[in-house]
Each structure stands twice: as C-alpha cells, then as structure tokens.
Design a protein around this ligand. Sequence first.
Ligand code: UT7
Length: 327
Amino acid sequence: MVRSAILGTGSYLPKKRVSNKELEEIVDTSDEWIKTRTGIEARHIISDGETNSVLAQKAAEMAIEMAGISPEDLDLVIAATLTPDMPMPSVACLVQDAIGAKNAGAFDLYATCSGFLYGLTVADGLIRADISKKILVIGSETLSRRVNWKDRTTCVLFGDGAGAVVLGASSENNRGIMSACLHSDGSLGGLLTIRGLGTRHDLKKTLENEWQYIEMNGREVFKHATRALEAVSIEAIEAAGWADASMIDLFIPHQANIRIIEHMRERLGISRERVFINIDKYGNTSAASIPIALDEANRKGRLFPGARVLMSAFGGGFTWASVAMRW
Ligand code: UT7
C-alpha cells in the first residue's frame, strides 16, 4: 500500500522579533496579561522587503535540501495562506518561480489556521492516487499586515513565519500519513473574520470602516476551538487505528493559545513532554504554525522513525482538521 511520507522539513522566521514589553509601548497591554492569557512572549514580524513568498521560499529551500531532491523533481507546490503577497499571482507560483520548480503545478489553498493540514491532506490524496510523486506543501503567513496595531485584543496574538514539507510516496508500511480528518462550519465565520479586501466591499468603504483588519470574538472562538480540537483529534486517532492518545509520541497542536493546548492535552490524556510548544517564541502564525513546529521538532531530534505524530488545528471559517502520521 502506498502512503505519503514527509521527506524533508523547513521553516523560516523574519529576523525582527517583537517582545511583549515592546507592545506595551504601542497598546494598553502588559507582558503579564499576554503571557498568562496566551503563553506568548514574543513574535516575529516582517520588515520592508520581506514578503510572505520570501519567507515561504526560504522554508521551502530548507525542506527540499533535507529531502535530498532537486526543485525540478517537484510536480506540485501548494501554499496554504490567508495573507498572500497579492491576489494574483499566488504565493505558490511566486515560490515555484523563485526555487526553480520548473515541472510543478502551483496553487494557494485558503483554509486559515488549518490550511497546512488541509494542504497535507490534499497532497496525500494526490500521491496515493499516483497523480503526483513529490509535492511541496507550505504554510506561510504575514498576519502582521492584517492586524490593527491599535487593537490590543488581536495585535498581541499573531506573528509572521513560514514552514514547509516535501511529501513523497513511501512503500514502508509503518511510515506516512495514517488518517486525515477535515471539518468546517461556515455559519460561525463572523466570529473570526477580515471583512474587507475581498470583492464584497469596495476599497473606500473597507478603509473607512477599518475592515482590512482581523476581527475576533476571542472568547467564543476559544470555546469552539477547544471542543472541535478535542473531537477531531480523537477522530484522527481512531481513524489511524491507534487505541488511544497514549500511543502518540508527539502531539503538534496549532499554536493559538497555551490554555487551549493545555486543555486539549489534559482532555486527551497526553503527557506534557509529548506536546510540542513554541507559541512563546512566535505567537499564532496561523497556517505556518504547525509546519514551523514540525520542522523545529524534527531538527531537535524529537521525531524518530515510526514515531506516532498527531497534528490538530482550528481557525477562521471555521475550519478544523487533524492528521495522524507515522514518521
Ligand atoms: O488561530 C485561530 C484560532 N484562534 C484562537 O483559537 C484564539 C482563541 N481565543 C483566545 O485565545 C482568547 O480568547 C484571547 C487570548 C483572544 C483572549 O483571552 P480571554 O481570556 O478570552 O480574554 P477576554 O477576551 O475575555 O478579555 C478579558 C479582559 C477584557 O477586559 P474586561 O472586559 O474584562 O475589562 C479585555 O478587554 O482582558 C482584556 N484584554 C486585554 N487586556 C490587556 C483583551 N486583550 C488584552 C490585552 N491586554 N492585549
């Protein structure tokens, strides 16, 4: 049976780091509030000249190098993002050109914070159907351009960054993606939204109303996220044929709030050492959060052949997803 396995990982964070203390000078907040309510201590933010596709390119090059392939071996580039450089061309096309993936198709995938897991699931299906052989899946965001730096309820939460993996076929029975579960509930989309900058409202109206920025009902999103993440994680564990969460060697949750992660960990019964956390350093990087964490875990030696890995994410839309894999 052909499964798809991760052959290489990469990640890249912009150089500029902004601490909670620095945010105290911009909005009415405190290091203490941000740390205790979210677990975030700092985030990385793009500077002039850095763009989403530049971060994505750097993460992609690292993943390709680790996979030991040439960019020309790729037959598809998928970039999960909600903050592309521009509506057209896509981030995936910009990366395809920048890395010289001459034989690859390319498209962006829009599923907010769950985007990377949606991308991985699509890529897994294409590989198992023998439509593609090697796919670059990227999660890349520059949300610093979409937060209102006067709104303390959102600007302290998000950061920029990119992560990428190369996915390819594996005939080893104990390696690769074992299950993938995708869900959505569009009826709750208004609880986490960027109302403007699409085609519904003209630009003048958008700027007058400041609809170019993220708006979030944090408390409601928190409630839905905790419930949905627990359920989808259990669903993916069962679909993978694992007895329960105690079989997981590493849990890589979306890094949105340390309290959500802790709640999930307790409900699923996973010990602290088996949960990967880096929200303190980067904040919520949306679609980039899981691939950045995956790359860090990989480079730190936290993943070993055959390790059972569970990844779960929740985001605007709402969308949520879980992927279970053997490393
Ligand atoms: O990645 C996509 C999914 N996103 C998420 O999963 C995010 C889910 N939500 C959350 O993580 C949390 O709801 C937040 C971190 C966004 C907010 O934490 P909370 O404990 O739910 O706070 P809250 O919204 O209930 O606000 C509590 C208080 C309020 O003041 P009052 O009304 O009690 O006087 C806020 O105005 O905290 C205040 N507050 C702040 N104070 C200092 C909100 N933001 C800040 C801030 N600094 N940055």
